[in-house]
Design a protein around this ligand. Sequence first.
Ligand code: NAD
Length: 380
Amino acid sequence: MYNRRSFLQTVSQQVAYSVLAVNGLYALSSCGNSGSNEEKKQAEKNREKNKGKLGIALVGLGTYSEEQLAPALKETEHCYLAGIVTGTPDKIDKWKRKYDIPDQNIYSYDNFDSIRDNPSIDIIYVVLPNSMHAEYTERAFAAGKHVICEKPMALTVEECDRMIAASKKANKMLSIGYRLHFEPYNQEMMRLGADKPYGKFKSLKAENGMNGTEGWRLDKKLAGGGPLPDVGVYCIQGIRYTTGMEPLAVRAQEGPKKDKEMFREVEASLSWQMEMPGGVTAHCKTSYEEDMNLLRAEAEKGWFELDPAYPYSGQKGETSQGKIDFPKVNQQALQMDDFAQAVLTKRPTPVSGEMGRQDVKIITSIYEAMETGKRVLIPA
Ligand code: NAD
C-alpha cells in the first residue's frame, strides 16, 4: 500500500504539465527601471538564467524567508527569487550577493507600491508578522501582482474578506503558505482519509507546540494570539485535510502559564475539541511551553498517524498495518512551484485564500469558546 508509485506519478504529471505551461504561455518581459551599466548587465544575466520562470519578491526577510523560502527558491523550477522588500537596509548587501538580486528589484516598505512598475516581479510573497498580512496583500494586489501570504492568513475574517476581494478586483491569484499540502506524508493522510481503507473515523488527535518563542509572537496586536494562530493552525489544517470535513462546533480551555510574565498578552497553551460531522470529535492542543507534533486518526478498522507531522522535514508515519515511507522533499519549493504553475496555467491553487479564511474563522470561534467557556457553533 505504501509504495511510492502514486506519489511519483503525481510528481511526474506535475512536471509534464508545467513544462508545457512554461514553454507555451510565458516569457519574462524586460525591466524598465534605470540603473548603472554594470547593474543592467547583471540584471540581464539574471533574467537570462531565469528565463521562463516567474519572479517572486519576498516581503519581510526574517527567519522563515532567510532560512526556508529563499534557499527553496534555488531549487524551484518555475519561479525564482527576483526581488526583496525590507525595512532593514543592513540586510540588502548580503541578500544581493547571495541571490544575485539587481538593485532595481529591491524595495523598502515605503516605496513598495512602486513594484507595480516592475515587470520582473510576478508574485509577492508576504512573510511579515501576522497583523501585517492583510495590508501588504492588499497593497500587492493594488500593484497588480499575484500573492502568496503566510499563515495565518490574517487576524480577522473581515481582513480575509478584504484580501479575497482585492484578489478578485485585481484579477490576480491568492494563495496561503500551507506547505504541508505538498508534503508526501501529509498527502498520505489526505489519501487515507478520503479512501477510508480503515473505515469510518472514530476520533482524531492533532497537537503542535514548542517549548519557547520570542519577539512579535508574544505581542497580541502583531500576532493576533499565542500559539493557536501560529502553530495550532496546523492542527486545524491537519484535521480538515485528513477528514475532508469542516468542524461544526468547538469547546476550548486555556492551559496554565508556567511563565506568567512572558505570556502577559497571549495564551501559553490551549486545548480545544472540534465536533466534526458524524459525531466524530477532534482533540487538539497547542503550546509555546511544550514540544508536541502529532496528527492521528482512529478509525473503525485501524489507525494512521504522523509523529512528527508538521516540521519542514523528517516526518514519520505509521498505520495499524505498518510504517509509512516516502521520499524526502523540499516542501516550500514544491509549494511555490505549484503556485507558479497555477498562475501560468490559470488553474486554481489547492491552498486558496478561502481555505485560509476558513481557518481564521475557526480560530476566532476557538478563542470565543476559550473566553466564554461555552460550546461555540462555527458560523457557516
Ligand atoms: P521573523 O520575526 O523571523 O521575521 C519577521 C520579519 O518581519 C522580519 O524581517 C522583521 O524585520 C519584519 N518586520 C516588519 N515589521 C515588523 C514589526 N512591526 N515587528 C516585527 N517584525 C517586523 O518571523 P518569521 O518566523 O519569519 O515569520 C514571518 C511570517 O511567516 C509569520 O506570519 C509566520 O506565521 C510565517 N511563518 C510560516 C512558517 C511556515 O512554515 N509556513 C514558518 C515560520 C513562519
